[in-house]
Design a binder for this molecule. Structure first.
Ligand code: NAD
Length: 246
């Protein structure tokens, strides 16, 4: 049997990047996965993947979260993966950019956990995994003002919920990746104008001289989701190719 045999998982932002890699890795380890996202086209392409049920969920829509939580049994694993990278300093971050990043990167996790935690407690416990970043309370990245601010909030949210439910079977941990190859990373490289120069700059900040892969991050998510991590809670685990070690 796989390492997640008998477990159910809900993953947000699971139609591409690390969320999708986690959906595939969880299913390969025997979990029944509900892979949620807002990209209907990418979700449709996931129909038929063994162990994976694709489903639309906009994590910025509180009514949709409540409706979803009313439709499905509480999962044993909740992976809050959705997030957005705004580029710029505090002066580049207007009120709308601030609100958007707080809503998607932090408030959505607050809403997802409030929607699913009661059921998880009733079921006897579970593992919550929140996607942070090494650009957070761990290190600063230049031009990542609201991104780093919100991802630091994810670390605080993680530790707080972990502390409050530590005696009730709930483990909560955060993942802090360095630069990981994903579709949105390539979008950001293109948005900078000169794709090759931007790509080289993203790689140059990684001491290993390469980007991380979504699968390398999914492997940590599998561990945190599994009973192997039964003694681990309230942690923000960095997996960054040595970036924060320089
Ligand atoms: P990605 O950014 O390429 O894909 C994100 C997915 O989120 C897309 O499928 C998109 O449709 C979905 N999404 C966007 N808004 C949504 C919403 N409101 N509701 C539901 N889904 C929504 O994937 P990625 O780069 O692997 O990033 C995933 C997470 O990892 C994010 O939280 C990101 O901040 C974090 N992260 C990424 C990196 C990196 O270098 N790629 C590094 C550290 C942390």
């Amino acid at each position: 049997a796989g390492r997640l045999h008998g477990k159910t998982a809900i993953i947000t932002a699971a139609a591409q990047g690390m969320g999708k890699a986690a959906a595939l890795a969880f299913a390969a380890e025997g979990a029944e996965v509900i892979a949620t996202d807002i990209n209907d086209g990418l979700l449709a392409a996931m129909h038929g993947l063994p162990g994976i049920t694709p489903r639309r969920l906009d994590v910025c829509d509180p009514a949709a979260i409540i409706a979803f939580a009313g439709e499905v049994p509480a999962p044993s694993i909740l992976f809050n993966c959705a997030g957005y990278v705004h580029a710029g300093t505090i002066m580049d971050c207007d009120e709308a950019a601030f609100e958007f990043s707080v809503a998607l990167n932090v408030r959505a996790m607050y809403r997802m956990i409030r929607a699913f935690l009661p059921g998880m407690l009733e079921a006897g416990g579970g593992s919550i995994i929140n996607m942070a970043s090494v650009a957070s309370s761990v290190i600063a990245a230049p031009n990542r003002f609201i991104y780093g601010t919100t991802k630091a909030a994810v670390v605080g949210l993680t530790k707080s919920v972990a502390a409050d439910y530590v005696t009730r079977g709930i483990r909560v941990n955060a993942i802090c990746p360095g630069t990981v190859d994903s579709p949105s990373l390539h979008d950001r490289m293109r948005a900078l104008g000169d794709y090759e120069t931007a790509r080289a700059a993203f790689i140059a900040r990684q001491p290993m001289g390469r980007l991380g892969t979504a699968e390398e991050i999914a492997a940590l998510a599998v561990y945190l989701a599994s009973d192997e991590a039964g003694f681990m809670t309230g942690q923000a685990i960095t997996v960054d190719g040595g970036w924060s070690n320089t």
